[in-house]
Design a protein around this ligand. Structure first.
Ligand SMILES: Nc1nc2c(ncn2[C@@H]2O[C@H](COP(=O)(O)OP(=O)(O)OP(=O)(O)O)[C@@H](O)[C@H]2O)c(=O)[nH]1
Length: 683
């Protein structure tokens, strides 16, 4: 038999959990793959974005440098086209007029102060320095400037001296030579000198990002080298001092640029750092502008952004998942709370129901030899409500009258595994009260599973019910006896006599034994009533009955009031002599009573006549005269007793007559029907 506790165990999860686990693993794999793919796509996009961004910066700076050069050329061309300046120079050179010289110097001063040239000179066609903004100048042009002057004068347009260094100036400078003419005669030229540090190089430092590795460098191919025209961010070489050989296989972006590589590309710069670079040519110049940024720097920022976005995405996902779990768990919690509340309600209801019905439940654990009990069960046994009672406690409480029987019933239920239903008394330890209880239980034992012996059951206090039942039984018995008792004399009535006679007749018939019936009639009782009154008559009958009853002692003998002043005594199993002896004893008892009866013609006390019948029912049946059942079967007994009584009256009353042939004859003579069976007796 499976234990009820064992049956409460949940089934093993098995395949459902495996499937769930696999599903979750697949889900995570799909999410991981999705995240990786998103990351790859986004990284590619960011790479393009970074390359595009660097290209945009490079183009912007190229445009700035180009504008810078164009403005310088325009300014030089404007000097060549300035007729007033040319006329002032021509007049100054021809006449040495101070106002003309002043006009030329003023023009040179404006160029220095307002157009931000570092220096401006007037040079003659032979390249000698004649005048600057401060006054007369001395010296001659260096070869690069001389070549530019000759070219400018020959072409009648400004000549450019590319960025270079010279001991005359402590900075890299850019030079222009603007030729001047007086008609077709050349007057010389204005030499404009511009410091690259303050005007050109700042254009290369305009970056929209705050990257620490981003830089732009102007380079120029000079023979088989790449000459760095602008300063370097991570190296202290002066501009125009560093040049790298343009070797094939070099990965330096400057070298690659002078080798003809344009657009975005990857390389390794003068620090041997991997870089992303963009190279462009500055229009109308020999310059190349290379903008570059460390790969690590560019992509670390992008990767950081990417990881940030991804971690944000993952965090949001996890947060959502957490919310779902919390919601789900919250629902589970709410559901569990509701179930607990319902369970508590049900337990309260069960408790109340138990109280109302005085029923408790319990589980008996064979292993620990203890009862685990509900509150009500504890209360029934008068124990504290800790819900535990040992086997020894229980045995000690069993009422001594039922202890052995109760233990046997429990033992049989346990050994035969049959349901237990029993009632017994207990004497409670606490208050000493004796209570009736009813126990319903069932033993369970999964010995094969190693489960301990268990019995579950209910216990009900039925003390009140038992009392009620006892009351009812007493009441019923009282009723029963009242129905079969004569209310006046308190001896058995006619109904009780008939039932007793029927029983005795059947028993005697079965056993082949005999029985006797004595009919007793108070003599001249009408006269007693008439003389003493009816109430006194009742009292007389009561005393007669009481006296007769006191003379009968044998179990089974029965005195009954047959009717009126007539009594009957049934003597089952009595033989003829014994029956006659009883009759005489009864007569003696009456005489000893000495009840006064002045109206009795035969004396002055109450007397009675008695007719005795004695027979064996088996004889009657074998004679075939009677075939009736019950009390009717015993009619011969009554008839013979009646006949004997009649004869006793006939013979003068106050005597005992046993039935014999004379009795029948007397009846016959009196014209009354004689009993059907004429059995005689030896009296
Ligand atoms: N007081 C009283 N009288 C009763 C009761 N039952 C019957 N009797 C009276 O008993 C009398 C019986 O009278 P009878 O049948 O003529 O017999 P008897 O007067 O006894 O004469 P014998 O029997 O021939 O000696 C009647 O007068 C009844 O009224 C009773 O319960 N109480």
């Amino acid at each position: 038999m499976t234990s009820p506790v064992a049956s409460l165990r949940l089934p093993a999860p098995a395949r459902a959990w495996w499937a769930l686990g696999l599903l979750v693993a697949l889900l995570f794999a799909a999410i991981g793959w999705g995240v990786h793919a998103i990351y790859q796509a986004r990284e590619q996009r960011y790479r393009h974005q970074i390359e595009g961004g660097l290209q945009a910066v490079n183009h912007m700076q190229v445009r700035g440098v180009t504008d810078w050069r164009r403005r310088r050329l325009q300014e030089a061309a404007a000097l060549t086209d300035d007729r007033l300046l040319a006329q002032a120079v021509a007049r100054w050179r021809a006449t040495a007029a101070p106002d003309a010289e002043q006009a030329v110097r003023e023009r040179l001063r404006i160029l220095v102060e307002h157009v931000r040239y570092t220096a401006a000179y007037f040079v003659d066609p032979q390249g000698r320095l004649i005048l600057d903004a401060g006054g007369p100048a001395t010296g001659t042009l260096q070869p690069p400037e001389m070549r530019a002057l000759e070219g400018a004068l020959a072409r009648a347009e400004p000549g450019v001296v590319e960025l270079r260094r010279d001991p005359a100036f402590a900075f890299p400078f850019f030079g222009l030579l603007a030729p001047l003419y007086d008609g077709t005669a050349s007057l010389g030229a204005i030499w404009l000198v511009m410091d690259a540090r303050t005007t050109l190089y700042p254009l290369l430092e305009t970056w929209p990002t705050s990257s620490r590795t981003a830089e732009s460098v102007l380079v120029e191919r000079q023979e088989d080298t790449a000459l760095f025209l602008s300063p370097l961010r991570h190296r202290s070489d002066e501009p125009l001092a560093l040049r790298l050989p343009a070797e094939p296989g070099s990965r330096d972006p400057m070298v690659l640029a002078v080798a003809g590589v344009r657009g975005a590309f990857y390389g390794s710069d003068y620090r041997n750092q991997p870089v992303l670079a963009v190279a462009s040519a500055v229009p109308d110049s020999p310059w190349l502008l290379v903008s570059k940024v460390d790969v690590a720097d560019a992509f670390t920022a992008a990767q950081r952004r990417e990881w940030l976005a991804l971690s944000l995405f993952v965090s949001l996902g996890l947060l959502s998942l957490g919310c779902v779990v919390v919601l789900w768990q919250g629902r589970a919690w709410r559901r569990e709370r509701a179930l607990k509340a319902e369970l508590e309600r049900n337990l309260r209801w069960l408790d109340n129901a138990q109280k109302a019905a005085s029923v408790g439940y319990f589980v008996y654990e064979g292993q620990s030899e203890a009862f685990i009990m509900s509150r009500m069960a504890s209360a029934i046994f008068g124990l504290p409500s800790d819900g535990r009672m040992t086997l020894r406690q229980w045995v000690g409480m069993l009422h001594p009258d039922e202890r052995a029987q109760t233990l046997e019933i429990h033992g049989r239920a346990m050994s035969e595994r049959i349901p237990l239903r029993t009632q017994y008394r207990i004497q409670r330890n606490g208050d000493g009260q004796v209570r009736w209880i009813e126990v319903w239980g069932e033993y369970g034992d999964s010995a094969g599973d190693g489960e301990p012996l268990l019995m579950t059951g209910t216990v009900q206090d039925i003390t009140d019910r038992k009392h009620t039942e006892d009351e009812l039984a007493r009441y019923r018995n009282a009723l029963e006896s009242q129905v079969r008792m004569d209310p006046l004399t308190q001896v058995a009535n006619r109904l009780a006599l008939d039932e007793a006679v029927a029983r005795a007749w059947s028993q005697a018939l079965r056993e082949g034994s005999s029985l006797a019936l004595l009919m007793i009639d108070v003599d001249h009782f009408k006269a007693y009533n008439d003389y003493y009154g009816h109430v006194a008559g009742d009292l007389c009958l009561q005393r007669v009955a009481s006296a007769l009853a006191s003379a009968l002692g044998r179990p089974g003998d029965l005195l009954a009031r047959y009717g009126g002043e007539e009594f009957a005594v049934l003597l089952p199993g009595a033989d003829a002599d014994a029956a006659l002896a009883v009759a005489h004893r009864l007569q003696e008892v009456l005489r000893a009573l000495s009840l006064e009866h002045r109206a009795n013609p035969g004396g002055f006390t109450v007397t009675a006549s008695m007719g005795l019948a004695h027979l064996r029912p088996a004889d009657v049946v074998s004679a075939g005269t009677e075939t009736r059942a019950g009390v009717d079967a015993a009619q011969p007994l009554f008839q013979q007793a009646d006949a004997a009584l009649y004869r006793a009256k006939q013979l003068g009353r106050d005597r005992v007559v046993s039935y014999d042939a004379q009795c029948a004859a007397t009846l016959y003579e009196a014209g009354q029907p004689a009993p059907a069976i004429m059995l005689t007796y030896d009296i």
